[in-house]
Design a protein around this ligand. Structure first.
Ligand SMILES: [Zn+2]
Length: 261
């Protein structure tokens, strides 16, 4: 059976001397893995289309077992992602997270849309760190982690001061702070930001410019949730953290839009 599928390449690994095993996140069919014969040879017509982060339409022959990639047409070039080391690092983190949290052959159009928007936003020069935060907070649900963020996780209050509690997996209001000794107190702006990351679709937020300290704190919270509650630590994280500690790799974001707090 031959299938034409719109997809994004989220992972590739070499197989034998000339082949690649390519993981695609497709719009209609979710995550699928296929064999791209000869794709490691630079002259192959599959060489360009099987680069990470390629967005295209792929022809896949599906018999028994793993499908075979037969041809592909690139829809848009997300070249900037591969040319900029920070963009590459964040895009790798995003695609690895999607890969880790999804199963094969399970249609998940909402995740496809999010991945598509995230990679395009990174390719368009929006702050890749902020875009990655969006993806991390949104993918919590996919990992089966549903923090209580619209109200206090203990008493249900929606008014007051809030803090994040790992123990309660969500917000606690000031009346309930005593329940957890290790709460992280949050300013109203940070409470609003966390809700935005978790609830608001990426395309409706556009280019939010965030303070470095806000990003660092929100990243620490979400990565701790993944690690402690789901045991997930991504391989691409070490590379990213190494880059983040190296200021010369920190270019100013190309687009500057006023802080949306
Ligand atoms: Zn409360």
């Amino acid at each position: 059976m031959q299938n034409q599928l719109e997809a994004i390449v989220i992972r590739t690994r070499p197989y034998g001397e000339n082949n690649k095993i390519v993981t695609l996140f497709t719009k209609e069919a979710g995550k699928i893995t296929c064999m791209a014969r000869g794709a490691k040879k630079p002259a192959s017509r599959l060489a360009a289309i099987t680069q990470p982060f390629t967005h295209g339409v792929f022809s896949i022959y599906k018999g028994r077992g793993m499908g075979t990639l037969q041809a592909g047409d690139q829809l848009e070039s997300l070249r900037y992602i591969r040319e900029d080391i920070m963009a590459t690092a964040y895009a790798s983190y995003v695609t690895e997270l999607v890969d880790r949290l999804t199963e094969q052959d399970e249609p998940q159009p909402a995740i496809y849309d999010m991945l598509y928007q995230a990679l395009h936003a990174i390719a368009d020069g929006y702050d890749p760190e902020a875009i990655t935060l969006f993806v991390e907070w949104k993918m919590l649900r996919i990992a089966g982690l549903t923090p209580t963020l619209h109200e206090c996780a203990n008493c249900g209050a929606t008014e007051g001061e809030f803090a994040f509690s790992f123990q309660e997996l969500g917000f606690l209001c000031h009346r309930c702070f005593h329940l957890d000794r290790y709460i992280i107190r949050l300013s109203p702006a940070l409470v609003k930001l966390i809700r935005t990351f978790y609830f608001v679709p990426i395309e409706r937020v556009g280019g939010l410019t965030l303070k470095k300290e806000s990003k660092t704190l929100l990243k620490q919270i979400v990565r701790t949730i993944y690690e402690e509650q789901a045991g997930i630590r991504l391989k691409s994280r070490s590379f990213l953290e190494q880059l983040e500690r190296t200021p010369e790799f920190f270019p100013e974001p190309k687009k500057d839009i006023p802080e949306g707090e």
